[in-house]
Design a binder for this molecule. Structure first.
Ligand SMILES: [Zn+2]
Length: 98
């Protein structure tokens, strides 16, 4: 296989990455707010999930529920309508359930 097509295949695999967590499967959509369909902010919904790149915690995107990951980097505040990571928005991976 030519190197170029091998690289293309690898990139294609990353775009369609599926992960399993607690018996559910999630499809990787990208990093940051635009991966949720929001621009410039996050488009929050119970059908979207966020993963902390440090501890791997998977957070539901329900805007009415407060949440935080185990390492403390990723946090969601329903009262203020905020989602963020101390590492920046692009350090948040976005998934949807499959
Ligand atoms: Zn974390």
């Amino acid at each position: 296989m030519a190197l170029q097509s091998a690289l293309y295949w690898r990139r294609n695999m990353l775009v369609h990455e599926i992960i399993e967590h607690n018996g559910a499967k999630y499809k990787y959509m990208g990093n940051g707010p635009t991966a949720t369909g929001g621009n410039p902010g996050w488009s929050m919904s119970p059908d979207v999930f966020f993963r902390c790149i440090v501890c791997g915690y998977i957070m539901n995107g329900d805007p009415d529920v407060d949440d935080g990951c185990s390492c403390g980097k990723l946090h969601k505040d329903s009262g203020y309508g905020r989602l963020g990571s101390s590492l920046g928005d692009n350090a948040i991976e976005v998934f949807c359930r499959v």
